[in-house]
Write a protein that binds this ligand. Sequence first.
Ligand SMILES: [Zn+2]
Ligand SMILES: [Zn+2]
Ligand SMILES: [Zn+2]
Length: 143
Amino acid sequence: MPLDTLNVDPETAFRVEQSGQPLIVYECKLEGVPCGMFVEGTTSAVSAHLRGHGIIGPDSAKIGCPWAGCSKTLKRGGLTRHILTHLGVKVRCSICGVVRCRHDVLRAHIRHSELCHFAFIEIVHGPEGRLLVPTGGTATHQV
Ligand SMILES: [Zn+2]
Ligand SMILES: [Zn+2]
Ligand SMILES: [Zn+2]
């Protein structure tokens, strides 16, 4: 076993083994409840992880960002995207290469630009991303 085995949720680990493709994961730095887990830099993974921390409620509810060292207050519905900026995950236009922090901002660029109209969104991983590689072992079913 490699020394720096990353602690990820079983679903993520399973997906890496299944696909045989490495994934980039980020250390969770939510305050108060250090979980020591690594999370994928996607909106679905982050939002599921926030739920795991009990950060739930109506999207319109105002909450303080739970990320260590951040004191921003924002709507819960925007928290997932905001956490992605803490992870350093960015998105890039496949045609002109412009980099933006948020999907919706880049999508607006693609929509409004004639040149980039057929671009797709490329993920730019943050500097603290760690590579989660498949172990290659036979997947054991744990129930
Ligand atoms: Zn966590
Ligand atoms: Zn924050
Ligand atoms: Zn572009």
